[in-house]
Structure formats: structure tokens, C-alpha cells
Design a protein around this ligand. Structure first.
Ligand code: PEP
Ligand code: MN
Length: 354
């Protein structure tokens, strides 16, 4: 159920409504819009009907939300959600680009790449330190020491860092360093993990499960929102279909569908969607044309020798070209890339060796 307050309702009146909600063993989530405040009522109490709230002072309307996701619904929050990350926004007219290797492999590798992707126009650095691999014998990530390298890369470039968390036990160390917690496709329905990241106040990049419907994705987001962490970014990363010419099938439809169903920002990962570097730029452009709020892309200085996902990784040079092309598409749809900061020469001084 959502309770829509009259424009001009006072803080006291909103508080009064929240107290009534809590009296019924339900929880209240407030969305303060430009025009109106909307209060989302969540929980299970079948004895409570809209009439319990309709006559409270300055309540304009009470509506049931029929979708199973409530806080993720655009009806709860009619405007686009927009959050400030380190130095840029996501969900606004500007389109950030997150780039970096699939895996953090070494200190030198990540520091070099951080400088290279920043110079080419990235606004945030990605890098996995725990890798969800199909085979238990494949490289599983360098683990916690990768956090130190990423923190160093952040200090060197100013780029915020996006890192995948695979288990609740990894969270304590992550929250110290990480700017955005990534939940990967294989963990999209790890409900304990979703609840745990929902308890943090760190932005979450939630990837769509490879066999998940759009509604499944929104229900996964609902777990995080219900914990009070409202900074959730959804990511289309390709789904499994009968097609095997590409690693996954980019569900480009998901971008406009999600944008209509939810207020949350939607980004697209053209690397895992396609599995081939040669298709990445085309799909990145398509994403922005379709209304995506950002791109997350894998970049490696030596893709043939990358420990994971080399085939889909762009070189820094190819990434720089991708950025130029995506910029033109962004401008054609009345948006723009985040203006990048100029690298100071001292930031490039031999700090990456050793
Ligand atoms: C990744 O980003 O490297 C990754 C493993 O992504 P996904 O969960 O989409 O496969
Ligand atoms: Mn990868």
C-alpha cells in the first residue's frame, strides 16, 4: 500500500502517519518527492485496509500496489531515483562509465589499469577479488589483499571502486573500502546476502540473474530496499537463451521495461552480455540509446593473458574509442557522459611499480 500525502503536508503529519503504520506492526518507508511525499507501507498484516489511513490529516490518497515489489515500484517513487556517488550522479541526465578488469590480478595490474581507464573517461573502477567461477579449479580471485590494491588505485586516481561481494562473511572487510557493492548474477537470489547488503548504507549494483525474469530482479532489489538501503542500481548483463553465438543474450528490452516499472537507475554490462570484445561497443551504444543510466565494462591491458574474461575485455585503447562512440549516442538522446577530471602529471609518476 502507498499513502500519498497532500502537497504541503507537514513533517508532523508525515510522522503521525508513520506512527499509525507502525502501530499495525507494519513498516514505513518514506519517499520525499519534489511535489509530494509518498509513504510505502510494507509487511504482512491482512487486517489492515486503506481506510485505516485515509482519514488521517493531510492524507490525499491511499492505494494498494498490486505488484509484488513495492519500494522498487515507480508508483512508490514516481521520479527517477538519483544518487550521488563519488564525484558523479547515477540516475540523472549524466551517464557514468564503470570500467576495469574482470579480476584484480596484481597491484601493478590494477594501478596501471586504473590510470588507463580514468584517462580514457571512466568514472569508477571495477575489479573482482572473489570470483564466482564455474569450475572450482579455476582462479577464484586474489581475495582480501585485492582490497588494498583497489584502495591504492582509488587514492591514485580518485575513482570510486565497485567490487563484487559473494558472501555475507566478506562484507565486514568490504564495507571499509568499497564504494559500490556488486551482487553478481549467480547471487541475485542469495536472499541472506541481499538482506545483509540491505543493512549497509553502501550503494549496491545488483546484476540480473542469468535466468531471472525482470520481476525476479525487482524482487531481489526489494530485499535490499526493505532493509533501508535505497541506493540500488540494477544491471542488465545478458540472459541465457538458446543462442550460442554470444555468451549471453543482451535483453535490451529490459532497459525501457525496467525504466517504466521502477525508479531505480538501470545500467548495462555489454561485456558479460556478449562475451566478445568485438561486440561490446555496439551493445554499449544500444544500451545508452535505449535509455540506460550507465555502462559497466571490462577492460584489461593484455586481454589474451587476462586471468578471467579476457575474450570479452577491451584494451584501454579500444575502451577509449568506445567512450567516444557512447558519448555521441548519449548526446543524441539528450544526455551526456560525466565530465572526466583531467589527470595531473604527478598522479602518473612511477607509483605503479614495486
Ligand atoms: C563480473 O562482473 O565479473 C561478473 C562475474 O559478472 P556476472 O555476475 O554478471 O557474471
Ligand atoms: Mn567478468
Amino acid at each position: 500500500m502507498i499513502i500519498i500525502m497532500q502537497p504541503g503536508a507537514t513533517e508532523e503529519q508525515v510522522k503521525n502517519v508513520i506512527e499509525h503504520i507502525e502501530k499495525h506492526q507494519l513498516s514505513a518507508h518514506t519517499s520525499i518527492g519534489v511535489e509530494q511525499t509518498v509513504i510505502g507501507v510494507v509487511g504482512e498484516n491482512h487486517d489492515v485496509s486503506p481506510s485505516a489511513f485515509e482519514s488521517l490529516p493531510n492524507v490525499q490518497a491511499v492505494q494498494r500496489i498490486t505488484e509484488p515489489y513495492k519500494l522498487a515500484s515507480r508508483r512508490f517513487h514516481p521520479e527517477d531515483s538519483c544518487f550521488l556517488l563519488d564525484g558523479f550522479t547515477i540516475g540523472s541526465v549524466e551517464i557514468p562509465i564503470i570500467a576495469g578488469p574482470c579480476s584484480v590480478e596484481s597491484r601493478q595490474q590494477i594501478l596501471e589499469l586504473a590510470l588507463a581507464v580514468k584517462e580514457a573517461g571512466a568514472n569508477a573502477l571495477r575489479g573482482g577479488i572473489y570470483k564466482p567461477r564455474q569450475s572450482p579449479y579455476s582462479f577464484q580471485g586474489i581475495g582480501e589483499k585485492g582490497l588494498e590494491y583497489l584502495a591504492e588505485a582509488k587514492a591514485l586516481t580518485g575513482l570510486p571502486i565497485v567490487v563484487e561481494v559473494m558472501a555475507v562473511s566478506q562484507l565486514a572487510a568490504m564495507v571499509e573500502f568499497v564504494d559500490v557493492l556488486q551482487i553478481g548474477t549467480r547471487n541475485m537470489q542469495n536472499f541472506d546476502l541481499l538482506r545483509a547488503v540491505g543493512e549497509t548504507r553502501i550503494p549496491v549494483l545488483l546484476k540480473r540473474g542469468m535466468s531471472a525474469t525482470i520481476e525476479d530482479l525487482l524482487m531481489a532489489a526489494e530485499y535490499i530496499l526493505a532493509g533501508g538501503n535505497y541506493r540500488v542500481v540494477l544491471c542488465e548483463r545478458g540472459i541465457r537463451t538458446f543462442e550460442i553465438a554470444t555468451r549471453n543474450t543482451t535483453d535490451i528490452n529490459a532497459v525501457p521495461v525496467l525504466k517504466s516499472l521502477t525508479h531505480l537507475p538501470v545500467i548495462l554490462d555489454p561485456s558479460h552480455s556478449t562475451g566478445h570484445s568485438k561486440y561490446v561497443t555496439a551493445v554499449a551504444k544500444a544500451a545508452v540509446a535505449a535509455g540506460a543510466d550507465g555502462i559497466i565494462v571490462e577492460v584489461h591491458q593484455d586481454p589474451p593473458h587476462a586471468i578471467s574474461d579476457g575474450r570479452q575485455s577491451l584494451t584501454p585503447e579500444a575502451f577509449a574509442e568506445m567512450v567516444i562512440k557512447v558519448k555521441a549516442v548519449a548526446e543524441a538522446v539528450d544526455r551526456h557522459l560525466v565530465p572526466s577530471k583531467i589527470l595531473l602529471p604527478k598522479e602518473m609518476n612511477g607509483v605503479i611499480h614495486g
